[in-house]
Design a protein around this ligand. Sequence first.
Ligand SMILES: [Zn+2]
Ligand SMILES: [Zn+2]
Length: 338
Amino acid sequence: MKAMVLTQPAAVDTSPLALSDEPIPEPAGDEVLVEVIACGICRTDLHVVEGELPQKLPKVIPGHQLVGRIVRRGSAAKKYGVGARVGIPWLHRTCGVCEFCTRAKENLCPTALYTGWNVNGGYAEYVVAPEQFVYPIPDTFSALAAAPLLCAGIIGFRALRLAELQSGDTLGIYGFGAAGHVCIQVARHWGIRVVVSTREDKHRKLAAELGAEWVGGAYDDPPVPLNAAIVFAPAGELVPAALKNLKRGGTLVLGGIYMTPIPSFSYDLLYWERKIRSVANNTRQDGFDFLRVASEIPIHTQTQLFPLEQANAALQALKRDGIRGAGVLIVRPDAETQ
Ligand SMILES: [Zn+2]
Ligand SMILES: [Zn+2]
């Protein structure tokens, strides 16, 4: 099978992913083999490729937002039939028995495995995953539209849940890429007012089109105080910048797996019971709940498409904030129709 493979993390400008002919993986036990149609790109892929996340395998295929069809099942896989269209997310497998897994916090499992980091992911024609960790894709969405929902979408949704907002509240979104453009649509659907601070002009335009009441530059202060803020950009400087716009008791949610160091700031910014919390992965329940809501709304994903072979170029565009909405790799050229 064709795959884009990482052997040595390096700056994405040096095109560290190499097109390679790899063996098609074999589904064992509870696993299914999925023929990939499309795979979304995510900032986390950039952190894997550039080495901000430590290398886990001598050679890995990145990618953790893929949609495809089941073509073969392991001997214990019974949940989905061959031909079912499914999505494979970041969370590959958890232990099921630790204190987190048994308390509906499997996103915190210390021995979890992650797609495209410590197991191979979707920058390839085929992937295996345990059937309990794949999602059926609602018919509402094409494969191309669904791919960015699987990480950007679910993480944006979990971040919004953790922000604990009510209808009529105001949310500030800092950084407006793939996750932000899905998150705003769910927030508006729930009656939440949204303001967006982001550095690229084309992201500000998209935010306004999707219902932001105000848009400004990355460090511009919104005109109204915020009940909560979500920082999707990986810039630690945004933490004090966002905190200073939070109302008393407000929550600041940090949506990324990696962030540059956070500068020190005055305790005044945090006092009055303001909270800062990160989002770490997601539970399967988040995924099922989000895909239901996404299909009810329905969410419209803005996608910029790249052929699989251009994964390096796609990640380079992501790094310089050059993607409007979400970037998606087309793995099967007839993806439009699937
Ligand atoms: Zn566990
Ligand atoms: Zn991701």
